[in-house]
Ligand binder design. Structure first.
Ligand code: FES
Length: 236
């Protein structure tokens, strides 16, 4: 951790209180940090929801979580990890220590301290692992499933089958910004999926599922065997 700064509180943080404070990051500028105290333990997190930037200090503090006031995304206060959607990124989380009367020291890496979002550590594909997750549906549920599998350490093959020709995107934006460019509403880039060895089959439909043989037939005439199948086709 190569960044360190101090915050002086005018009043002590109370149990179950959330408070947004300004952190002076020197040449990097100022940064707002969310402080939380629960069960006597202090946490310091990014202050804005990773979905659309709502100020989390105005959200709801639950047992170990803070819930966003706008659309309800939920973050773990000890780790900053996202625990409920919408949104797919976690919050940056900093080390915080009480170092005096109402004085706190915050430590982080220089890159983390200015970041608004954080992607949880993802496992790498291990070709020796002969296990395949096939995910039907390229909506947010399918996309989140693929990511969370890697975040939870799955090292086998992941195949995301998307009927649309686009990578998974935020569909709620379609009714908000009518001239959205697809690149601006995609949840992740192709590079992201490539870097984490998540195969994306775009413009591809599943025409048949054989639960006994554990395989799906695709509109491209390919038969894809699976170890686990996730059906994330929404209402369809
Ligand atoms: S801004 Fe927080 S859930 Fe949308």
């Amino acid at each position: 951790m190569d960044f360190e700064a101090y915050v002086e509180l005018k009043e002590p943080l109370q149990e179950n209180e959330m408070r947004e404070v300004d952190l002076d990051c020197g040449s990097q500028g100022k940064k707002k940090v969310l402080l939380v105290k629960q069960k006597g333990v202090l946490s310091a997190l990014g202050s804005k929801c990773t979905h659309f930037g709502a100020p989390l200090a105005t959200g709801v503090l639950g047992e170990g979580i803070v819930r966003c006031p706008w659309h309800g995304a939920c973050f773990n206060i000890s780790t900053g990890d996202i625990e409920d959607f919408p949104g797919i990124d976690s919050l940056p989380c900093y080390r915080v220590d009480e170092v005096g009367n109402n004085k706190l020291r915050i430590k982080a890496s220089k890159t983390d301290i200015m970041a608004e979002t954080r992607i949880k550590t993802m496992a790498s594909r291990n070709p020796k692992i002969d296990s395949t997750f096939v995910i039907l549906g390229g909506g947010p549920a399918g996309a989140s499933c693929a990511e969370v599998l890697r975040q939870e350490g799955f090292q086998g093959r992941i195949v995301l089958v998307c009927k649309e020709k686009q990578l998974p995107y935020d569909r709620t934006m379609l009714s908000k910004t009518l001239d959205s460019k697809i690149e601006s509403i995609q949840l992740r880039t192709q590079d992201f999926y490539d870097n984490h060895q998540i195969e994306t089959l775009l413009g591809t439909e599943v025409t048949e599922v054989d639960f006994e043989k554990k395989q799906v037939k695709l509109s491209t005439a390919v038969t894809l065997p699976y170890t686990k199948l996730v059906i994330a086709t929404g209402c369809t």
